[in-house]
Design a protein around this ligand. Structure first.
Ligand code: MN
Length: 246
C-alpha cells in the first residue's frame, strides 16, 4: 500500500537583520516539530497582498509563528509607550492567510504572536504591554531557559486543548508581553493564566480556527511529549482536512 502524501504546512516568518542584512527568520524548532509530527514544512515570507491566496492553496495547514508585536494600526489603535518592534507588512500577509484559510477550509495553528494576530485578523484587539495594562500581572516574559515551563494555565474541559492534553491545568513557558484584549467574534477562550491573561483560544465552530496559544510549544516539544503532541494533533487535523477536500 502506498504511503499517504504528507500534509504541507506553511509557517510564517519574520524579518531580522543578520550581519546587517534584512533576512527571513524562523526558529528552526518549528521546522523540527512539524517534521517530527509527520508534516512537510515550508517557510512563508512577507510578500505582496496577492500572495496569501496562492500560499494557502498549496498548503494543507498554516502555522502563524512568533515574532514582532502586532502593529496597533492593524486594529485601529495608536502605539502605547512600551510597544516594541512592529512589521505592518507581515500583519497584512498574515491577515490575508487567516482570511484565505477560512475560505479554503485549511486549519490554522497560531503560536505566541500568532494568537494575537489571528484575533486581530478576525476583528479583535491586543493588550500592547501586559505590565502596563494589568497591575496584577504575573511574569509573562520569563528569564528561565526557553523550553522551561514557568507559569500555570487553567484549561476549560469543553475544549480540544483539554482533549489533547487530558488535563485541566498545565505549566507552560511564557515569552510574551502582548496578549488578546477584546476577543474577536468566532473565537472562544479555552485557557487562561492565573492573572486572567488569555493563553489559548479555539474556533466556536469546527472551522479553520483550530487552536491558538500564547506559549511556545516548539521550544518545549523536544523535552515534553505533550507539547510535541500538539503538533501531532495539528498534522492529523490537516491530513483529515486534506482527505475531505478530494
Ligand atoms: Mn504567558
Amino acid at each position: 500500500m502506498m504511503q499517504p502524501i504528507k500534509p504541507v504546512i506553511g509557517i510564517t516568518s519574520s524579518i531580522v537583520n543578520h550581519d546587517g542584512i534584512p533576512s527571513v527568520n524562523l526558529h528552526e524548532k518549528y521546522i523540527r516539530s512539524v517534521t517530527k509530527a509527520g508534516g512537510i514544512p515550508i517557510v512563508i515570507p512577507t510578500g505582496t497582498e496577492d500572495m496569501p491566496e496562492v500560499w494557502t492553496s498549496i498548503c494543507n495547514g498554516i502555522i502563524l509563528s512568533s515574532g514582532e508585536d502586532i502593529d496597533p494600526h492593524s486594529y485601529q489603535a495608536n502605539p502605547e509607550p512600551r510597544i516594541q518592534k512592529t512589521n505592518e507588512k507581515r500583519d497584512l500577509i498574515e491577515m490575508g492567510l487567516v482570511k484565505n484559510a477560512l475560505n479554503q477550509k485549511k486549519p490554522i495553528f497560531a503560536i505566541c504572536r500568532g494568537i494575537t494576530m489571528q484575533n486581530v485578523a478576525l476583528g479583535g484587539t491586543v493588550i500592547q504591554d501586559i505590565e502596563t495594562n494589568n497591575p496584577n500581572a504575573i511574569k509573562h516574559f520569563q528569564q528561565a531557559a526557553r523550553p522551561n515551563p514557568t507559569h500555570e494555565i487553567q484549561i476549560g474541559d469543553d475544549s480540544q486543548l483539554f482533549q489533547i492534553l487530558k488535563s485541566s491545568t498545565f505549566r507552560v513557558n511564557s515569552m510574551h508581553h502582548q496578549a488578546i484584549d477584546k476577543l474577536a467574534p468566532g473565537l472562544k477562550i479555552v485557557a487562561v493564566a492565573p492573572d486572567g491573561i488569555i493563553e489559548a483560544v479555539e474556533g466556536v465552530d469546527k472551522s479553520s480556527l483550530w487552536l491558538a496559544i500564547q506559549w511556545h510549544p516548539e521550544e518545549m516539544a523536544s523535552e515534553d511529549p505533550a507539547m510535541q503532541g500538539l503538533f501531532k494533533a495539528f498534522i492529523d487535523k490537516c491530513t483529515l482536512a486534506k482527505e475531505k477536500s478530494f
